[in-house]
Structure formats: C-alpha cells, structure tokens
Write a protein that binds this ligand. Structure first.
Ligand SMILES: Cc1cc2nc3c(=O)[nH]c(=O)nc-3n(C[C@H](O)[C@H](O)[C@H](O)COP(=O)(O)O)c2cc1C
Length: 378
C-alpha cells in the first residue's frame, strides 16, 4: 500500500536500475545534509489550537497572481528522463492535474516548448543554470518567455557540482557507457531497459536553440554542472534585461544573501540546499528559513525545499513564514512508481496530509498558520 512517501521510494528502488535510483536518491559527500534536512524537520513539533471552526478548509495560496490548490510545487529535476521517457512533460501534467506549479530544469530532457504544449493550461516556471556560454541561458530565457512560462528561477548554489560519490562509484557520467556492473543492473531491470531502448537515451535538448543535438562535450558539461563562476548579484541586471516576469533565486541559506537578493530586485527566494546535493556541511533548510524570512521582511515571498516528506513538514515551514514548499525526490519516486498517476498520487498524499494537519491544528486557511503553532523539541 502506498500510504507514505517512503512507500513510493521503495517502489522506485525496485523499478529502477541502481545507478538511476542512486542518481535521484543520492546527495553530496557523507550525505549528512540530506539527513539533517529531515531530522531537523522532525525535531519541530506542532502545537494545535483547539475548537476552531474547520468546516471549510482551504489549502490554496496565491503566488504572483496565480492560484495554487495547495502550498506545494514540483522542484526542478535535471535529467529526469533517466527515470522514464518524457519525464518532464509527465511531471508537468501531474502538476497541472492538481493545479500546482511545475519548475522545469535547464537540464531537462524535453524541450521547453514541448513541456509547455504537454500541459498548456498549467503553471510552469523555468529554472536557469548559467553555463560558461551565457548565450545558452539567453536563448532559453527568450524561448521560455515566448512559450508562456510564468517565472524564472535562477539557481545560485551550483558554482560547481557537489561531490556525489554514489554517481562516481556507479560510473554514471556522460556520454554514458555502461560498465559490467551497470550491464547487470540493466539486465535485472528489463522494463526500464526496454523503455529506454525504445525511446532512445535522454539528452540535454535545450542547450541549442534549434533541434540540433548538443555536442557530447556540452552535454557532459551540464551533467558535471560546469557553470559560469563569474556570475554575481550584478548579473541579475543582465537577466532582468531579458526577462520582465517574476524572477526568483533558488539556493539561498544566508540572511545576508536574502538582503542582497532584495536589493537586486528579485521577486522571490527559494531557501534550498539542493536536497543535500551540493554543500554537505550546509544547514538544514528548515533551520535556515526563519532568518531568511526575517530578512525578506514580507517584501517578497520566501519558498523552501529539501527534505520535505510529510504534509506536516510542509505545514511547519508555512507556520515559520514560507509561502510554499517545493518537492523534489518524492515527485520523482512517484513518477518512477507509476508514471503520471504515480506522481499525482505522491503529490496528492502531501495535499491530504496538509489538509488533515491544518484541521488538527485548528488552522482552516494557510494564512492562519503562525509561528505559535511550532515548538522546537529541545
Ligand atoms: C535528481 C535531481 C536532480 C536535480 N536537478 C536540479 C536542477 O537541474 N536544477 C535545480 O535547481 N535543482 C535541481 N535539483 C534540486 C531540486 O530542485 C530540489 O532543490 C531538491 O530536490 C529538494 O530536495 P528534496 O529532493 O529532498 O525534496 C535536483 C534534485 C534531484 C534529486
């Protein structure tokens, strides 16, 4: 029975070859940050307020003039096509079905336009990595604007890739050449292997404006996250000149950076440690959130991601001032477990848990969630 998010993870583990499961599940170095994300969430308790009228419960929120049915969205996941063919548009459709936003990664395996066409009524945002060739980012932003993407999310926590030891041990890199161990993995997962054989191995299709396949070097650079390390806060002016919609930065943990972001005119902040995949020594996002919320001083919405596995986790972040929470791996585990329906089921589980938690807390609307509902268990 799929009763909790970890059930989707277990199903994903059995369906995917080890190197694919590890690519999604894994994190940086000792994988301590990813554990911290979850344990710090668990260390917070929720204090109910009783005898409040919760006959009508409303989990919806407004973000940049759009309604989300619940305060969650799907975080950008690069190379999701490794999990399943057409993963990006399938996740976009799952989000659309639930009236939730979906953030497409720069490192997606389907074109910006294709994903938009697959879920035309949905809310899609584009996540941006700026690689050494800034022309690639410029083209992507222009294409996103033409295709109708609602916001641009600049990821700022990847000047270099974190050290993902599981990927190295599994020999996972581009161009992908299966070794002996990977071959055994493929043979023992025939359904996955067949689907990939039929669909063709995924590539980074957004690196060139036209349909020309990007060079293997460029593809490898994106997988290894060879970014433009000269990018600074001043570069936001350059992005602003290309994009007049909402502009968010994703990957902040420091309140001083939140102030800088405000000073440079961003429209939103995503507090994130990349799901523990970058700086392993980084603090959990739930512990970093309150100071960033203070620094943002209500001027822009603050979102958060990394380690959210229960609706009650989401509620804790909202009570501490987050506008919404992005969900990464759980959406992908849902996708691996059951395609579009699996992703919908995983997200619906979050939504049901949020509804139940808000009812138990005596908070019928998201705006009713306050710091007084949260207590640190130490
Ligand atoms: C397989 C995988 C690929 C990711 N790719 C990207 C990406 O391309 N761009 C990005 O900004 N973040 C990326 N992230 C980070 C997520 O957007 C998000 O910050 C993180 O997954 C949240 O943590 P969670 O997985 O614990 O929910 C990726 C995460 C995973 C697990």
């Amino acid at each position: 029975m799929m009763l909790r998010i970890s059930d989707f993870r277990t199903r994903a583990r059995s369906r995917l070859p080890r190197f694919v499961f590890d690519y999604v599940d894994g994190a940086a170095e000792d994988e301590e940050c990813i554990v911290r994300n979850e344990t710090d969430l668990r260390a917070l308790h929720l204090l109910p307020t009783c005898l409040r009228d919760t006959t009508t419960l409303d989990t919806s929120i407004e973000v940049f003039g759009q309604t989300w049915a619940a305060p969650i969205g799907i975080a950008p996941i690069g190379f999701a096509g490794l999990v399943r063919p057409r993963a990006d548009s399938t996740l976009a459709q799952a989000a659309q079905a639930l009236c939730l936003p979906y953030v497409l990664s720069t490192a997606s395996n389907e074109r910006i336009e294709t994903v938009r066409e697959a879920a035309p009524g949905g809310q899609q945002w584009l996540q941006l990595y700026v690689m050494s060739d800034r022309g690639i980012a410029e083209q992507m932003v222009q294409r996103a604007r033409r295709a109708g993407y609602g916001a641009l999310v600049l990821t700022v926590d990847v000047p270099v890739s974190g050290m993902r030891e599981r990927d190295l041990r599994n020999g996972f890199k581009l161009p992908f050449r299966p070794g002996l161990r990977t071959l055994a993995d493929l043979v023992t997962h025939p359904a996955w292997s067949l689907s990939m054989a039929l669909a063709g191995s995924p590539g980074f299709v957004n690196l060139t404006a036209d349909n020309v396949k990007a060079s293997p070097q460029l593809q490898a650079a994106l997988l290894a996250r060879t970014m433009d390390r000269s990018l600074t806060w001043e570069s936001l002016r350059w992005l602003r000149s290309l994009w007049d919609g909402p502009l968010l930065v994703k990957g902040l943990l420091h309140p001083e950076d939140a102030k800088r972001a405000l000073a440079h005119g961003v429209d939103g902040i995503v507090v994130s440690n990349h799901g523990g995949r970058q700086l392993d020594a980084a603090p959990s996002t739930i512990s970093a959130l309150p100071a960033v919320v203070d620094a943002a001083a209500g001027q822009v919405p603050v979102f958060v991601d990394s380690g959210f596995r229960r609706g009650s986790d989401v509620v804790k972040a909202l009570a501490l001032g987050a506008r919404g929470v992005f969900i990464g791996r759980p959406a992908v585990w849902g996708l691996a477990a059951g395609g579009r329906e699996g992703a919908v089921a995983a997200l619906r589980l979050f939504m049901d848990e949020i509804t139940r938690t808000m009812t138990l807390l005596g908070a019928p609307r998201v705006a009713d969630l306050q710091p007084l509902h949260v207590r640190k268990n130490v």
